[in-house]
Write a protein that binds this ligand. Structure first.
Ligand code: PLP
Length: 404
């Protein structure tokens, strides 16, 4: 066999597998061997998909929604998506201005793959969702990481944005509420960023609103194209049913934006996955058109968990965290643990060391902040029942108290 038969696409060869999936796989391996691990890694709600949505999917199968659909999604779902953007985001959208993909992830990948050329830059505020820089790299672009630390609430400031824009900037990615910090941009903050963007008409904006409905303390969610309609012609507003309706496995995401961009993404998708799953599209339709009490319920549950978790974590010597405004993650600073030695004799040099030691010695799985571009932090997901969450806090406290 030729030595280079396993030669990969160069961009794929240097891409990193998702750090979160790596830890989730390691948890699964340990559990298979009998270990009792509390995983605070999950990027998905722990609730079941609402009953009326599950029922709609079963009916869809019975009624023959089992064939290929249009690449951009079935018209009824695209109409519901347009209605959602009008109703919830005050965006002036008709069904032709929408695209349905196999998850929000595919929306983002399609957008980058359809538009990036060698040397194009994408501004990615850090901490970032792990997939952004990898997708940019896979699509031939360069990420320009802008670190946004705790002083600015982990949010991009207008000055930092202005300093990061170059003639080669193709995209800015904005994620609110944020994975991993839960930070939410207010209307005023978006206005201030919009000022900078209006002065830079060569920049496209990707608004990743996937956690839109997980926003606490009676705040109101705003998205960039709503706050500054003059930016709508170059903003791709992305959303989906994964987080809002506990439908991560159904793989339905959607977007609205300028037609030239949606057309290009559809062209790409037509040679790749074609239309999203026909059954899932019917389920997503039921979610978007059905009752919204599920969203209110899950928001209230997450807010309660957040409050307890933040209180417990801040009581642990060596950890420190602010109360996140949205999503279901706490991004806790672990600087107080760095340089110390665990009960098993490990010196904790980095947040990765902390995460590994917690897994090995306390049977608690978290993701190190370095995976999201800011260290030393731990991302702690609270998409888990109260008893397990409190059990995890106990185990983390025990681990920290035993440090030398
Ligand atoms: N954007 C962010 C910030 C996410 O955290 C995720 C999933 O974890 C996605 C997008 C993709 O969501 P999905 O592909 O499940 O719709």
């Amino acid at each position: 066999m030729s030595a280079d038969i396993q030669r990969l696409n160069q961009r794929l060869a240097i891409a990193q597998p998702s750090a979160t999936y790596r830890i989730i796989d390691s948890v699964a391996e340990r559990r298979a061997k009998g270990a009792k691990i509390i995983s605070l890694c999950a990027g998905e709600p722990d609730f079941d998909t609402p009953a009326h949505v599950r029922k709609a999917a079963i009916q869809a199968i019975e009624h023959g929604h089992t064939r290929y659909t249009q690449v951009a999604g079935v018209r009824s779902l695209r109409e519901a998506v347009a209605a959602k953007f009008q109703r919830e985001n005050a965006l002036d959208v008709s069904w032709q201005d929408t695209l349905v993909c196999s998850g929000g992830k595919q929306v983002i990948y399609n957008a980058l793959a359809a538009t990036l050329n060698e040397g194009d830059q994408v501004i990615v505020p850090a901490p970032y969702w792990v997939s952004y820089p990898e997708m940019v790299q896979l699509c031939g672009g360069e990420s320009r990481i802008v670190t946004c630390d705790a002083d600015t609430g982990f949010k991009l400031t207008p000055a930092a944005l202005a300093a990061a824009i170059t003639p080669r900037t193709r995209w800015l990615i904005l994620n609110s509420p944020s994975n991993p910090t839960g930070a939410v941009y207010s209307r005023d903050e978006l206005h201030a960023l919009a000022e900078v963007l209006l002065a830079n008409p060569h920049v496209l904006i990707l608004a990743d609103d996937i956690y839109e409905h997980l926003i606490f303390d009676d705040q109101t969610f705003f998205t960039l194209a709503q706050v500054e309609p003059r930016l709508a012609a170059r903003t791709l507003t992305m959303n989906g049913v994964s987080k809002a309706y506990a439908m991560t496995g159904w793989r339905i995401g959607f977007a609205t934006g300028p037609r030239w961009l949606l057309d290009a993404m559809e062209k790409l998708q037509g040679q790749q996955t074609s239309g999203a799953s026909s059954v899932s599209q019917q389920a997503a339709l039921a979610a978007l058109e059905g009752p919204k009490d599920f969203i209110q319920h899950s928001r209230a549950v997450f807010q309660k968990r957040r409050d307890r978790l933040v209180e417990q974590l801040n009581a642990i010597d060596g950890l420190e965290c602010a109360s996140p405004a949205g999503a279901f993650y706490v991004f806790a600073k672990c600087a107080g643990l760095i340089g110390r030695t665990s009960a098993a004799g490990r010196v904790l040099h980095t947040d990765e060391d902390v995460a590994h030691a917690l897994l090995d010695e306390a049977n608690v799985a978290v993701v190190p902040g370095s995976a999201f571009g800011l260290a030393p932090y731990l991302r702690i997901a609270y998409a888990l029942d109260d008893a397990s969450l409190m059990g995890a806090c106990e185990a983390i406290r025990g681990f920290c108290n035993a440090l030398e």
